[in-house]
Write a protein that binds this ligand. Structure first.
Ligand code: FES
Length: 64
């Protein structure tokens, strides 16, 4: 199943990337070589990051 249609990101690929990349949705998309475009997938993607990482809240981006 595709989570992000704009970037053709599959749920299984996002779940795998969530375990490798510790950042927020933008950072995980970047680790996949993508950039959010329309943004309609971002809430679902954030929920998947939370599930995969066993968190209760979305990760917060902290630049350096
Ligand atoms: S569906 Fe993911 S950016 Fe558009």
């Amino acid at each position: 199943m595709y989570i992000c249609i704009c970037n053709a990101i599959r749920e299984k690929d996002l779940r795998a990337a969530a375990k490798i990349c510790s950042g927020d949705v933008d950072a995980v998309y970047e680790s996949l070589g993508c950039t959010p475009q329309c943004g309609s997938c971002l809430d679902d993607a954030a929920k998947i990051l939370i599930e995969e990482r066993g968190l209760t809240e979305p990760p917060v981006y902290t630049p350096f």
